[in-house]
Design a protein around this ligand. Structure first.
Ligand code: NCD
Ligand code: ZN
Length: 340
């Protein structure tokens, strides 16, 4: 039943997720696995997930942590210059390869220093049909990093027309504009970038729990991202970029980048789409577009969201970890009421 007060989502997907490792992995994995049918797992562990063995072992730890939830972790490998044999082995065990410019964000020190030095790997990925996911930021002025990277996206999209490229967590109106221009370019967008601007991070009292990379931008950027999401732009997918850090790494001097949204993402998205009269487009944004673009069929999972109060916990704790989510302690208008 899809009335104005209730919606059933089929197999929601989170196309960009950080699950970390060890005790944090044990705390946060079930919080995604209970409401999502699958998620694309980022490889920026220390050391990075950049071999078949590391990837398979990481997947095993995730499936151990997810318990009985129906949930498919779509694995990714950390970009480096792989050999053809390595790519052939990895291809069927992962969804794609994630490229980080060296030093651009959390745990990206092993990333790429110069894009032109790695073109042979792009070429092989293109020929083998392996998607490329990119953290698209330069080392320029913080507000301009994504905009400056767009020319690299264009260069890659043109030079490797069969390479499927995902612009991860886009934050600017310019990126939205580029999205429609190349058939092989798609994008993910987070929940927070549909809701907040730089003002919410640093315009008043500094809010470490909204600090992430790329940093939230201007109102007109948020507006363009929101319109594309509400319209279920066919090349745009939901990717939370939910990135938990322990409280001690957020509420300190030298705050780590990352916003933790996984446990409330579906409810908050329902509230957002409802507020704009666009609930009917949420299914495409949160699952169908990703299924079509990546040619994946996630496990069956029906997630009912209903217009009713949901108090976001002040923190998620367990396994010796303590993580503060976005909207901590606030009351949302929509709630996930059943999963089957
Ligand atoms: C992510 C993290 O903490 O791993 N941080 C973030 O601010 N988004 C890395 C990333 O996706 O940039
Ligand atoms: Zn990320």
């Amino acid at each position: 039943m899809n009335t104005m007060n209730e919606l059933t989502l089929n197999s929601p997907l989170d196309m960009h997720l950080h699950l970390r490792d060890e005790e944090m992995l044990k705390l946060v994995t079930p919080l995604t696995a209970e409401t999502f049918a699958g998620a694309v797992i980022m490889p920026n562990l220390v050391p990075p997930v950049d071999s078949l063995r590391a990837l398979e072992e990481y997947r095993y730890r995730i499936t151990e942590a997810q318990g009985d939830h129906v949930f498919n972790p779509y694995m990714t490998a950390f970009f480096r210059n792989y050999t053809e044999d390595e790519l052939a082995d990895l291809k069927y065990e992962m969804l794609g390869i994630k490229l980080y410019p060296a030093g651009a964000t959390t745990n990206s020190e092993a990333g790429v220093k110069a894009i032109d030095a790695v073109e042979p790997t792009f070429k092989m990925m293109e020929e083998m049909g392996i998607p490329l996911m990119v953290h698209g930021e330069t080392h320029g002025f913080v507000m301009d990093r994504e905009k400056e990277f767009l020319e690299s996206y264009e260069y890659l999209a043109k030079k490797f027309p069969k390479l499927q490229i995902t612009m991860e967590h886009i934050t600017t109106a310019d990126a939205v504009e580029l999205l429609g221009r190349y058939e092989n370019l798609r994008a993910t967008v987070t929940l927070q970038h549909l809701i907040i601007t730089l003002d919410d991070v640093a315009g008043g009292m500094l809010n470490p729990h909204l600090f992430c990379k790329p940093i939230a931008k201007r109102p007109e950027d948020r507006e363009a991202l929101l319109q594309a999401a509400l319209d279920a732009h066919p090349s745009l997918m939901f990717g939370s970029d939910s990135a938990p850090h322990p409280l001690s790494k957020k509420e300190c001097c030298g705050c780590a980048a990352g916003v933790f949204t996984a446990p409330l993402a579906i409810a908050r998205l329902a509230q957002l789409f409802d507020a704009h009269g666009k609930l009917g487009n949420l299914q495409a944004f949160i699952s169908d577009n990703a299924q079509r673009l990546y040619r994946i069929t996630p496990p069956e999972k029906k997630v009912v969201v209903r217009k009713q109060a949901f108090e976001v916990p002040a923190a998620y704790q367990g396994h010796g970890q303590h993580v503060v989510p976005m909207h901590a302690g606030e009351i949302l208008d929509w709630a996930v009421t059943s999963v089957s």
